[in-house]
Design a binder for this molecule. Structure first.
Ligand code: SF4
Length: 110
């Protein structure tokens, strides 16, 4: 199960990270213009489009997760966990990051 923020949202799992980016963009757009009708990820691979839920409750959870992250960082809490983000990271390859040592390609943690 992916870790969650205090808001209950898991913005950094491999399956939700791209969607959470779209949702944060949608939340900003909604703040500026009032509503966002739809969201989608359009991949370079022709014909590959993934719809993203940009309903008001989902955008509120995405914003709450971002607020949680900013608050944690602002308080000096930089904790993170190993995950797909570590795959190509030079800190993991150089074995300088203790957290990254817990990542095994193809798995969340070793
Ligand atoms: S290896 Fe460390 S620095 Fe690199 S992405 Fe993973 S947690 Fe972050």
């Amino acid at each position: 199960m992916p870790s969650t923020t205090p808001s209950g949202y898991a913005p950094w799992s491999s399956s939700t990270r791209p969607r959470s980016r779209v949702q944060l963009h949608a939340a900003a757009r909604a703040a500026a213009s009032g509503t966002v009708a739809s969201g989608r990820l359009v991949f370079l691979e022709p014909g590959h489009v993934q719809e993203v839920d940009v309903s008001a409750p989902v955008l509120e959870r995405a914003l709450a997760a971002a607020r949680d992250a900013v608050a944690r960082i602002g308080s000096g809490d930089y904790r993170t966990e190993a995950g797909p983000k570590c795959r190509d990271c030079g800190y993991r390859r150089g074995r300088w990051c203790e957290v990254g040592k817990g990542y095994e390609p193809g798995g969340e943690r070793v």
